[in-house]
Design a protein around this ligand. Structure first.
Ligand code: M6R
Length: 361
């Protein structure tokens, strides 16, 4: 049931904050993260591998950064379809995390089986209970987003990030890599992040207007550094699959190493600026792009506004700690993809050639 919404996609984008609260529910008590059912020795883990496809992979990229920063554990991440067929140098103490909304994706299952065959424990971050991955994994963290109908994943992406952030904090707590005070600060920001997501959703009219303005664009580049880069990847994927606009994501610093040659007045560049320590560098990359005549939209954190004053199309998002910014920056990108699709008249909830769970390798 779509309720008052025209499509499931927009309904699910707006369900993001509630979904986040459901993922958090029961997992924090007295300033401690609780994960019942993680039945392998977290303290003995030496290294983590992550595998997933599409949006789940993009969530994993953010998760890797958070786990590395908060715990000092080494994390490798692969597209599941690549991981399954490469030589992995397993060692005692390895853990594989698979991320999947459906729990049925063939490529991700192949990655899971590969670890199982090597005797490596698998933790699955899943949304659908009772799925094939749920049966094979040693432990499951459910994202608790509720059913996601639209083929383009939106609310589940938010909850995959939340599950990974919680896991990072849990690992830090159990392994003692953060002080109690640090842990409390992190926990506080994670339990109030849904309010920032709500605020970002209030940008809907602004984003709709901007999408209307750029509806005929055929090429879009999404740029970001640090935590903004995987979000740029997610923004590009969302735009491609819902509106069929050709879109690519680049690490902001990489464009000048070749792809900048593609820029002209017909290209739309969407820059993400949410990382305090990287904002200046990203903006200098975006300035360079603007001077090549490309059209630009800057998605900028409130406290970093001074860097994008000269830009006409700026979407200001609420302030967040850099590590949590992906939960907020992705919201205008989801809305942008949605409205581009609506304006271009595509089948928003059921884009051509796609299925909700891809069960072939
Ligand atoms: O069910 P899964 O999370 O394993 O699916 C993985 C991808 O197929 C999926 O995220 C796909 O990229 C979405 N359509 C993206 O919106």
């Amino acid at each position: 049931d779509k309720g008052d919404f025209e499509h499931f996609m927009i309904k699910e984008i707006f369900a993001g904050p509630k979904a986040l609260r459901q993922t958090l529910n029961g997992r924090i008590k007295d300033n401690k993260i609780i994960f019942s059912g993680l039945n392998f020795e977290i303290k003995n883990i030496n290294k983590i591998f992550i595998a997933g496809c599409g949006t789940a992979y993009h969530a994993g990229l953010v998760g890797r950064k958070a786990i590395e920063e908060l715990t000092g554990l080494q994390v490798e991440i692969d597209l599941a379809s690549e991981f399954a067929y490469r030589r992995v140098l397993w060692q005692a103490g390895d853990l594989l995390i698979v991320i999947s909304q459906s729990g049925e994706t063939a490529d991700t299952l192949a990655a899971l089986y590969k670890a199982k065959q090597a005797g490596i424990p698998v933790l699955a971050i899943l949304n659908v209970p009772g799925s094939t991955m749920a049966r094979w994994a040693d432990a499951v963290i459910y994202t608790q987003a509720g059913p996601e109908i639209s083929i383009a994943s939106t609310k589940v992406y938010l909850t995959q990030l939340m599950a990974l952030y919680l896991l990072a904090l849990y690992l830090a707590q159990e392994r003692g890599t953060l002080s109690e005070a640090e842990l409390n600060t992190y926990i506080k920001s994670i339990t109030t992040i849904d309010q920032k997501v709500e605020k970002a959703l209030a940008l809907q009219p602004t984003v709709k207007e901007i999408a209307g303005y750029y509806r005929d664009t055929d090429n879009a580049f999404f740029l970001g550094r640090g935590y903004d880069y995987p979000v740029a990847m997610e923004g590009a994927l969302k735009l491609k699959e819902t509106s069929y606009v050709h879109a690519e994501a680049y690490a902001a610093g990489e464009l000048k190493h070749g792809s900048i040659a593609l820029l002209n007045g017909d290209v739309l560049v969407i820059g993400l600026v949410s990382q305090d320590a990287l904002a200046e560098k990203t903006m200098s990359n975006i300035d360079e792009i603007k001077s090549r005549g490309a059209q630009t939209i800057v998605i900028c954190k409130e406290s970093l506004q001074k860097y994008c004053q000269e830009y006409e199309k700026v979407i200001i998002i609420p302030d967040t700690e850099p590590w949590l910014a992906p939960l907020v920056t992705v919201v205008p990108l989801q809305l942008f993809a949605y409205y581009m699709a609506v304006f271009r008249g595509t089948e928003v909830d059921n884009p051509r050639h796609l299925t909700k769970a891809v069960t072939v390798e």
